[in-house]
Design a protein around this ligand. Structure first.
Ligand SMILES: C[S@@+](CC[C@H](N)C(=O)[O-])C[C@H]1O[C@@H](n2cnc3c(N)ncnc32)[C@H](O)[C@@H]1O
Length: 397
């Protein structure tokens, strides 16, 4: 590895980090995280940040390319759009890279020596996202350049569902700085939440437009259909970003949960209630969720089922005894407080749904400390073209 006067280096990558950057080692022993490179490539990189223990860099020339490398199918990658970080690998190579990130996190952060990590169902790689948050610049929507505040205004989006893409590309959003678009594929309903307000927004007439400033007084929602049920999803509620993926998750969580007949089950971080439908047959289901909007939706969505929805943060909940826990936290994961509360239900089976590999690794380590054993993890690959993972893990004790 040689350093030239323009802070460019030549490195050989040997792995991939959680965020989708390839990993190399500099001559002084520091790790180099390389944006735009794949494992096993020889690349010239430009240093973008230098820290005591690691460097960040961008690939500027691929000297020796991985056989998995392809030209990114979306033209906006060349413009710097940071929405999809793995488009320069084949879809199959991407799946293997995401699988590797999960295995690595379980080994390194969870200290589980040989975890069983499997690939879940293969979902379409393009046109899948039914929810998007986009930046707005000059009234038009786009995505931020990685590690920057610059916005790339887009004329198309490879991963957006066509019902989303039309709003993203054709919408005009006045002086807004951010929009959240959500559509229901099963119902055709569409909504856009505009921040800070919805002044001078132009979208097709069918789209429900709400200013973020109105949400304190006004409830707004759309409906989606997943797993044979109709779901109300409020503007402030979480819902999975693709209905086929939501369906796949319910199937995988159901498999991991085993037969819930007669069991006392917890649906922690329950959102609008999706995972409770993987627990049907349980004697009772307690859904624990912090968001008022999501709990209101869950009570409507699950009104015909034996589910009690409680509005409280998991860390503050006084746990009831249970046989089975399903926990689907946000990207930060369960953390020690979440693990302590949920483990104290006494549940012998714990299904963890993780949307961040690092959080999965840390939570798995904490669950092992609490007496659980990891049986298996399944990558339900919801986010093609990106380094994001979604993983269903089964723990027992
Ligand atoms: C990844 S979503 C999962 C929602 C639901 N399980 C689903 O599949 O649609 C995480 C949910 O946890 C909620 N949440 C975040 N932190 C929480 C906490 N500390 N206690 C309870 N709920 C929390 C969020 O509001 C969100 O609804």
């Amino acid at each position: 590895m040689d350093q030239d006067p323009f802070d460019q280096l030549q490195v050989t990558t040997h792995g991939m980090a959680n965020g989708g950057e390839a990993v190399a080692r500099a001559a002084d022993g520091r790790v180099v995280f390389v944006e735009g490179a794949l494992p096993d490539e020889r690349v010239t990189v430009a240093i973008t940040a230098e820290k005591k223990r690691f460097l960040r860099a961008k690939a500027v020339e691929i000297l020796d390319a991985s056989p998995s490398r392809v030209d990114p199918p979306c033209p906006h990658v060349a413009d710097g759009c940071g929405g999809c970080g793995l488009q320069y690998a084949t879809p199959e190579a991407q799946r293997q890279l995401r699988l590797g990130m999960v295995r690595d996190a379980l080994q390194r952060l969870g200290r589980i020596p040989d975890p069983l990590v499997e690939l879940g169902p293969e979902l379409p790689t393009d046109g899948y996202r039914t929810a998007m948050r986009a930046a707005v610049q000059g009234g038009r929507a786009g995505f931020r350049v990685a590690q920057s505040h610059d916005v790339v205004v887009v004329g198309s989006c490879l991963v957006s569902h066509p019902l989303v893409e039309e709003i993203l590309v054709d919408g005009r959003f006045g002086a807004a700085h951010e929009v959240s678009i959500r559509v229901g594929v099963g119902t055709g309903e569409r909504m856009v939440v505009v921040r800070p307000n919805a002044a001078e927004v132009t979208v097709r007439a069918d789209v429900l437009v709400v200013g973020a400033d109105q949400l304190a007084q006004k409830r707004a929602w759309i409906h989606e259909e997943v797993a044979g049920r109709r779901w109300r999803v409020g503007a402030d509620s979480f819902f999975q970003t693709r209905p086929d993926g939501a369906e796949a998750l319910v199937v995988e969580v159901g498999r991991a949960a085993g037969d819930p007949t007669g069991l006392r089950a917890i649906d922690a971080y329950g959102g609008v209630g999706l995972m409770s439908t993987a627990l049907l047959g349980a004697e009772r289901i307690t859904l624990v969720e912090r968001s008022a909007s999501a709990v209101a939706d869950a009570r409507v969505n699950l009104a015909d089922l034996p589910v009690k929805a409680i509005r409280v943060a998991v860390e503050r909940w006084h746990p009831s005894n249970a046989d089975l826990v399903v926990a689907d936290p946000s990207r930060a994961g369960l953390g020690k407080a979440g693990v302590d509360v949920l483990a104290s239900t006494g549940a012998s089976r714990f299904v963890l749904v993780s949307c961040d590999a690092g959080a999965l690794g840390r939570d798995a380590g904490l669950l092992v400390e609490a007496g659980y054993r990891l049986e298996r993890s399944v990558l339900v690959d919801l986010f093609p073209h990106t380094p994001r993972v979604e993983v269903v893990s089964t723990f027992t004790r």
